[in-house]
Design a protein around this ligand. Structure first.
Ligand code: ASP
Length: 587
């Protein structure tokens, strides 16, 4: 038996008169003038089948999503019935034989792209959801995307190497997912947060250019669009400076955009230092598809009588503003902006609107001198109707608040623009919520100046960089430390004492002792890139089998309990309070 001689979209007017066999699913069926019209869908698309139920009785049994095989003759559609929206819209198959390969239960939801379906239901029946045209298109795009990435890196002489996924944990800033060992009970593997140390070992191993499309695992609390497991393009090169990394990643991203969007991106991509990005856009991943930049106003208010402004300056803070353009601003809308600023961390927000007569409408206008008012108008390039928002506080708060409002109020001119950008020169360390010092990228990142890192760690700049696309952080990388002494110093600044460093990373520090080449690399999220290139809002729409926001797979119901015998083999016992809590929750 032959299932098919053609795929649906192989058929066109050049094939009229040919006998063909196609297999696929019943996407739609309607009856018209005693004849049945069936849209048969396969992985390539749709083709219309026409059948006379008097000749082929089985047609009456066909229901949505039955899997069928059809043999028939290709014919031109009668005049007036050509469908220009459909790739095969000029022809149809006149069926001689229809075979039901597998019937389908009635569907839990319609599979057309127009239906809005609750995500839990989509994931519960993901295999059906994947039959929907836009999901199928996303899977295909993703495959083309990784294909383009592989081809580009292959041409550049990179070696694709797989690194292990059962490893000893590497600090990358998130919690590890752990896997208990049966053979060495009481011990655990970690799933990699990234192949970081293995790719560095590959450099020590003489592989000068490595890449991998790597699955990574981070046990984070679910925030917005994150998954416990995700895919990165991970790469690393020896004898590389930062410039080499950026040029390589640009080549890959250009190939990706060409493949999926058919656009030629201009390179080099714009670059901003972290300081500039924060100062101008209030974000380390700025969306540069629109302006609304933050403007420094400190000098205008040096001698101000307005207490909020003078207080901020006296406290070592800053006064900055954005012009959010001409817009309606009722009192309630203005209050809404102030509330939003407070949510973003501000104590308050000054709003000012330039009225028709050029005077300033604002609760604080009366506190501002004429010079201050005209200074504001010219500094923020304000025209009639424009709304100016001003924050006065510590630099970090001001950036955060104005950066957040800018994103709330700014709109890109066009939706399909791809605005890539590099952010370089990140601080080496940052402060945790509890005040302790931590790394801002990972502890294997090289500082720009070792002396500065030791003498003034909190001001030290690292050789780390991020790629940003339309305000989404695509990925990060850095030039690594290749000198074991420097690596030890960084551990020390991070408060990891010598003994702990030796216990956790002794094996890696030892490897660094054997002629380590200077090296650096990068990793970016394939899921995120696919999402933006495909114009999707959710990362879950470009992942074949994602988890929900709470880390659950509604289809298989993972995570799930395991048998007592499995636990016993692993030497694991569930703690009594966990069992009690579960019982109380009725699980
Ligand atoms: N391993 C890093 C990460 O996953 C990327 C890198 O530094 O190459 O974020």
């Amino acid at each position: 038996m032959t299932y098919r001689t053609d795929q649906a979209t192989d058929l066109d007017t050049t094939r009229v008169g040919d006998t063909t066999t196609v297999s696929g699913w019943v996407s739609r069926r309607r009856d018209h003038g005693g004849v049945a019209f069936v849209d048969l869908r396969d992985a390539t698309g749709l083709v219309q089948v026409v059948a006379d139920p008097e000749e082929i009785q089985i047609v009456d049994e066909l229901r949505m999503e039955y899997c069928i095989k059809v043999t028939g003759v290709v014919q031109e559609r009668p005049e007036g019935t050509v469908n220009h929206e459909m790739l095969t819209g000029e022809i149809e198959i006149h069926a001689n034989e229809v075979v039901i390969l597998s019937p389908s239960k009635p569907l839990p939801f319609m599979l057309d792209d127009r239906s809005e379906i609750e995500e839990r239901i989509r994931l519960r029946y993901r295999y059906l959801d994947l039959r929907r045209p836009h999901m199928a298109a996303n899977l295909q795009a993703r495959s083309r995307l990784t294909g383009a990435i592989r081809r580009t890196l292959d041409e550049l002489g990179f070696l694709e190497v797989e690194t292990p996924t059962l490893i000893r944990s590497t600090p990358e800033g998130a919690r590890d997912m752990l896997v208990p060992s049966r053979l060495r009970q009481g011990n655990f593997y970690a799933l990699p947060q990234s192949p970081q140390l293995f790719k560095q070992l590959l450099m020590i191993g003489g592989v000068e250019r490595y890449f991998q499309i790597a699955r990574c695992y981070r046990d984070e609390d679910f925030r917005s669009d994150r998954q416990l497991e995700f895919t990165q393009l991970d790469l690393e090169g020896s004898f590389w400076t930062q410039e080499d990394v950026l040029v390589t990643v640009e080549a890959v991203l250009k190939a990706a955009a060409r493949e999926i969007r058919d656009v030629d991106l201009t390179d080099p991509f714009p670059r901003l230092t972290w300081q500039e990005a924060m100062d101008r856009f209030g974000s380390d991943k700025p969306d540069i598809r629109f302006g609304m930049e933050i403007v420094v106003l400190d000098d205008l208010f040096e001698d101000t009588e307005f207490g909020v402004f003078s207080g901020a300056l006296d406290g070592g803070g800053t006064i900055r503003g954005i012009n959010v353009g001409s817009r309606e601003l009722s009192r309630a809308q203005a209050d809404g902006l102030v509330d939003r600023a407070k949510e973003l961390g501000a104590k308050g927000l000054v709003w000012i609107q330039v009225s028709e007569d050029g005077s300033l409408r604002s609760p604080v206008a009366k506190f501002l001198s004429d010079d201050e008012q005209s200074g504001l108008i010219s500094r923020l390039e304000a025209s009639l109707g424009d709304v100016l928002l001003i924050a006065a506080d510590r630099w970090k708060t001001v950036s955060q608040v104005l950066g957040g409002l800018r994103l709330d109020l700014g709109r890109p001119n066009t939706q399909d623009e791809l605005a890539f950008l590099w952010v370089t020169g990140f601080p080496m360390f940052e402060e945790e919520d509890d005040g302790t010092r931590t790394f801002s990228h990972h502890p294997f990142t090289s500082p720009v100046s070792i002396d500065e890192m030791v003498s003034d760690p909190d001001r030290a700049i690292s050789q780390a960089y991020d790629a940003v696309l339309n305000g989404v952080e695509l990925g990060s990388g850095s030039i690594r430390i290749h000198d074991p002494a420097v690596q030890r110093q960084v551990f020390e600044v991070l408060g990891i004492d010598e003994e702990t460093a030796e216990r956790r990373f002794g094996w890696f520090l030892e490897a660094l002792e054997y002629g380590t080449p200077p090296h650096g690399g990068f990793a970016f999220g394939i899921d995120r890139l696919a999402m933006v290139l495909q114009g999707e809002d959710s990362i879950r729409d470009v992942i074949p089998f994602p988890k929900t926001q709470t880390g659950v797979d509604p289809m298989t119901e993972a995570p799930a309990e395991v048998d007592e015998t499995q636990l016993k083999e692993l030497g694991i016992q569930i703690r009594a309070e966990v069992i009690a809590a579960r019982e109380e929750a009725g699980e």
